[in-house]
Structures are given as C-alpha cells and as structure tokens.
Design a protein around this ligand. Structure first.
Ligand SMILES: [Zn+2]
Length: 302
C-alpha cells in the first residue's frame, strides 16, 4: 500500500510545473469553480446535493493548500522581494461566484446576503487564535492592516498578522496534473492536489513554484537548469518551514523506475534520473545548514 501511494505521489511530483503558456497549462485553466449540472425534473435534489459535495471538496482542497502554502510563505518571508500581512484568513463574497451558481454558493458556503464572509481559517493562525469562525460576516477592516481592528458581525478583533511572501497558491478545478506560476501567484490543478500525497509532497510542489518566483532564472540558463535549481531551492524553502525533506526525496526515488519512460518525453523537465541525482545532492547540502537560509545564501546555492 505504501509503495502504491508513494508511486502515485511521485508521478504527481514529476508531472508538476509545465510552462504557463503550454497547451497543458492552458487546458488546466478553466473557471476556478465548476458549474453545476443542469437540474432536471427527475432528479433536482440529487444534482443539488452532488454539486454541494463538489463545492465542499473544492473548499477543503483550497483550505489545505492555503494551510501548507501559508507555512512556506511565513517561514520564507525574509527571502521574498514582495511580502504582505497574513492572518490565516480567507474571505469571499457572493459576487466572487458566477451568477448561475450564486444561490448554491449562498446555500452551501454560508454566504448570507451581501457583504464579505469568512471562507476558511487556517488552523494555528492568528485568525484561529482569535477564534474567528467560517461563515462570520466581516463588517470592515479588510484587508487586514497592522494594528487596525477587523470588525466582525459580533464585535471587533485586532489580529497580529504574520509577514508572508506575497505568492498565494490557488486550486483550479482540472483533471490534468499541473502546477504553474505567472510570477505573482501559483495555480495548482485539483487533480494534482488530490494526488500529491501527504503534506510534504504537496509542499514540494508549492515550494518548487515559489522557488521560480523567489529566484527567477538568470539569462542563458537552460530550461533543465531552471527546473533543477527550483527543485533544490524547494528543499531549502521546505526545510525553513520545517517540512520533511528527507521523506519527500524518498517518495521521489520510489517513483522513478515507474516513470522513467514517460518522463523521458518531457520537453520541459530533465530526465528523472538526473533530477533525482540533483535532488539528493541538494538534500545533503540543505541538511548541512542549521537555520534559515538567507536570500544571499540562496543566491549562492548551485
Ligand atoms: Zn518548475
């Protein structure tokens, strides 16, 4: 069982990160929320309920990605050129959703009328410490500013937000395994999030994309070198955030035999053996470091 899980997770990691402009990436960029199935006279209740389940699954995935991404973004804030205050709170409004599904969003996601509501709270975050609950109405104070209160339906609370890299990660509903970044945010396909394995596996995918933003390729670098650099940097970012980098590389190694042939056709990534070899080198290099790697040190990493 472990082997099967590892192989699936490794396949997912290997498929990650296509060019934002590639056909694969374009195929993975539909609307972020699926449209509901048209209800019929025969089975309106079933469709309604099943769409509710789809929405809930999407919400759960978004909350999980936000939790893992936040941990990476806060721990690595000193390495990021652009940061923002982050209290571990995601919000939404009814108008964020396409008109046809607004009644469903209202019903299933506790958006009761006009205004902004708490979409989810990241466990262990300042918002969680302040006991803010999903579905609470936000009257004012959003976006969060340091020292200014957030006014909720039942009173004001002053949060102590963390400084975090301003590279948010989002889930895009798609069956294609894909992760990409445009330099400002990260898009992960729902298929990839579902198959990325444990938190460390998903953290590796997010950290790899963050690495592309934190250290953009230098001129003349080959595409393969860019990817190997992002892999190595991802381990540093994960290590800074306390993720299990040793286990992540082990999962990688477990999937290499199964995916050598298919990955040999990849136009964007080096062959898996080269990638794994480089990952192992980067792992031991990263493990020798005792604390947060500073931005100038990241620049010195091979
Ligand atoms: Zn990449």
């Amino acid at each position: 069982m472990l082997r099967k899980t590892s192989a699936v997770a490794a396949a997912t990691l290997l498929c990650a990160c296509v060019d934002a402009a590639s056909p694969e990436a374009q195929a993975a960029s539909p609307a972020p929320i699926p449209t509901p199935v048209e209800t019929t006279a025969e089975a309106p209740v079933d469709n309604y309920a099943s769409f509710g389940a789809v929405l809930q699954r999407h919400q759960d995935m978004a909350a999980r990605v936000a939790r893992i991404s936040r941990r990476l973004r806060v721990a690595n804030a000193p390495l990021c050129a652009v940061t923002r205050l982050d209290a571990g709170l995601s919000t939404h409004r009814l108008s964020d959703y396409p008109v046809p599904i607004q009644p469903l969003a209202e019903h299933f996601m506790q958006i009761t009328g006009e205004g902004r509501f708490v979409r989810f709270v990241v466990p262990g975050s300042p918002a969680d410490d302040a006991d803010i609950q999903r579905g609470e109405r936000i009257a004012s104070g959003w976006p969060i500013r340091d020292g200014e209160p957030l006014v909720l339906g039942d009173g004001a609370v002053t949060l102590e937000p963390d400084t975090a890299c301003a590279i948010p990660a989002f889930v895009v509903q798609s069956d294609t395994l894909n992760a990409s970044t445009d330099g400002r945010e990260i898009d992960l396909s729902s298929a990839l999030v579902e198959q990325a394995g444990d938190d460390s596996g998903l953290a590796f995918v997010i950290a790899h994309e963050m690495a592309h933003v934190i250290r953009p390729p230098v001129e003349g670098m080959s595409r393969w070198d860019v990817e190997l650099q992002a892999d190595a940097d991802a381990l540093v970012l994960m290590r800074n955030a306390g993720f299990d980098i040793d286990g992540t590389v082990r999962v990688w190694a477990a999937g290499v035999e199964l995916h050598r042939d298919s990955q040999a056709l990849s136009l964007t990534h080096p062959p898996v053996d080269i990638r794994l070899q480089a990952l192992r080198r980067a792992l031991s290099e990263t493990q020798r470091r005792s604390s947060l790697v500073r931005a100038d040190e990241v620049m010195e990493l091979e």
